[in-house]
Design a protein around this ligand. Sequence first.
Ligand code: ADP
Length: 227
Amino acid sequence: MRSDGRKNDELRKIEAKVGVISSADGSAYFKIGNTAVVAAVYGPRELHPKHLQDPEKSVLRCYYNMTTFSVPERKSPSPGRREIELSTAIKRALEPTIFIEEFPRTAIDVYTYVLEADAGTRCASICAASMALADAGIPMRDLVSAVAAGKVKDQIVLDLTKEEEDTEPCTDVPIAYMPNKKWITLIQLDGEVTAEELREIIKLGIKGCLQIYEIQKKALKKKYVRI
Ligand code: ADP
């Protein structure tokens, strides 16, 4: 049993909603435990300045931001190295799912704002962003679902909280996954594990992604399917 009462293979409580910002082309809200993210997508739209355009494909630009009030100590609004790294990680996780070659000379802009942070914000951002891309009507191979799994002390666990991440020793493995294609689009590892433990962690992460996928689809259907 974990400190919040979850089993080792249990996700935190999830809320997902599509279409939360009327002025965006696509948007979504994704909350997992006490980590909440809102994502807004603009585009595909003509990219300016023109020298940044790619005649072969759309340029996907991702911007990860943490609001000043998302953590106990006020977070500086200016993007630091962490935000820049996470923006790149989110772009890499999302790019394989988008048919970017269908929109040459354009940009697709994905903004994610962390409203509350209790670990797992990059994964929550990927989940929200992929729903927002679908909401924007951008042709995609699949949704991308993401969650971290890892090892806390000697236990392999799913969906770590900040308290668990701060436990020593702890290994955190964020995983982004396209369930239909069975493609892992992002995997990062912070800590130390054996190859056998890593296999177990990846299996558990994918199991979590499959559950999240159903919740993402349900949120999209809620907006688009009239019963
Ligand atoms: P992720 O949120 O994807 O797990 P990190 O491992 O970098 O990414 O961060 C883990 C957690 O640490 C965040 O979710 C947040 O709860 C906390 N955190 C990150 N940056 C800050 C910060 N500047 N101030 C306070 N807490 C932070």
